[in-house]
Design a protein around this ligand. Structure first.
Ligand code: FAD
Length: 318
């Protein structure tokens, strides 16, 4: 079933969904199940699986020269999606990115998903690779998530890259996209960011999942800005608790979001790792309760492999 159908059928109820990361290379599928098992009692209608492209590492050699190595640390997105669907009978949503894919690679990946009965995707551009100053599309690949959405939508109409294919099988992908309550960091302003978000919706995307945020007002403002720009699709808040002190610096650095002063003060006051975690959980529970009271269609939790913490939060929200 499509994510958009689930969202349509909520009838005012707030759904609970999760995002998982493929394990580091060498890890097994059981780590995914162990993280998800305690969460299945919340009946998630869908589970997202992130996509991680290769990274370049520079290893110093005995000669003193550096050797450049391309390594994909977390492969397996499609396999994990398929395993989740078989194991739990729940829809899995693979994240699909532009980076590292030619359009031909993308087409082939979509064919594979279609054959596997996976009909939901979150279409993203991906970030710049470590050591690259900015995002560089693959030669012959999609430059923006908008181009990816358009490619998926063409396949939904049975149009493939090879013009000699007539009456190509029509795929039936439900397309989600990313949204940024605090604006995408490369955008000059929110209006510009939302212009492209609207284009993605007009091109066939059916819902938005947001970047994490710690101040609900940012999310509410974002939703009303979207509505003013004519973006009417469901907007799902992405939720992540702050659980470690170092995240006060790492989250703003990696995700370009603000952490409210009250939360910073409370985290800084906590003297043990456990106390920090409790503050983060308490804040997150309060956020979720307010979002739910305001009628968000779904709370989407970035589990980051920590199913136990996510469970603690969801139990207090439902
Ligand atoms: P785009 O929509 O392409 O936007 C990128 C920037 O370009 C924005 O500033 C936008 O305003 C601008 N822009 C968009 N279209 C155009 C255009 N046509 N012309 C000019 N400017 C334009 N990354 C991963 O690698 N793997 C994941 O699994 C993953 N999952 C994510 C899940 C969520 C919910 C979120 C919020 C992010 C995720 N990301 C993931 C990170 C994401 O790939 C990055 O945030 C990336 O920098 C932008 O992706 P996007 O799809 O929003 O890009």
């Amino acid at each position: 079933m499509k994510v958009t159908d689930h969202l349509e059928q909520t009838k005012g109820k707030t759904l609970i969904s999760f995002e998982v990361l493929p394990p580091l290379k060498g890890g097994g599928i059981n780590s995914i199940f162990q993280g998800l098992d305690p969460l299945m009692e919340f009946k998630p209608p869908f589970i997202d699986v992130t996509y991680h492209r290769e990274e370049f590492l520079y290893n110093i050699q005995p000669s003193g020269y550096y050797q450049k190595m391309a390594i994909r640390k977390r492969p397996g997105t499609v396999g994990i999606c398929s395993a989740i669907m078989h194991h739990y009978g729940v829809e899995a949503v693979p994240h699909l990115i532009c980076g590292g894919f030619t359009k031909e690679d993308t087409e082939n990946a979509l064919i594979e998903l279609h054959f596997l009965n996976i009909h939901n995707v979150l279409a993203l551009r991906g970030d710049a690779r470590k050591f690259d100053e900015k995002f560089i599309p693959e030669p012959g690949g999609n430059e923006y998530a908008l181009d990816l959405v358009q490619q998926i939508e063409r396949m939904n109409q049975g149009i493939y890259m090879d013009p000699s294919i007539e009456n190509g099988a029509k795929t039936d992908f439900c397309i989600g996209i990313a949204g940024y309550p605090e604006k995408h960091f490369e955008s000059p302003n929110m209006k510009s960011d939302l212009k492209y978000t609207r284009k993605k919706i007009e091109s066939g995307a059916g819902y938005i999942v947001t970047q994490m945020f710690f101040d609900n007002q940012k999310f509410f403002d974002y939703v009303s800005e979207c509505r003013k720009e004519g973006i009417q699709v469901p907007i799902i808040p992405g939720i992540k608790p702050l659980t470690r002190k170092y995240q006060l610096a790492s989250i703003p650095r990696h995700f370009y979001i603000n952490i409210p002063d009250d939360l910073v003060k409370a985290i800084n006051k906590a003297t043990t790792d456990q106390a920090v975690k409790e503050v983060g959980i308490e804040w997150c529970v309060a956020q979720c309760k307010e979002l739910k009271a305001k009628g968000v269609p779904c709370l989407h939790f970035y589990t980051m492999g920590d199913g136990a913490t996510t469970k603690k939060i969801v139990e207090q929200v439902l």
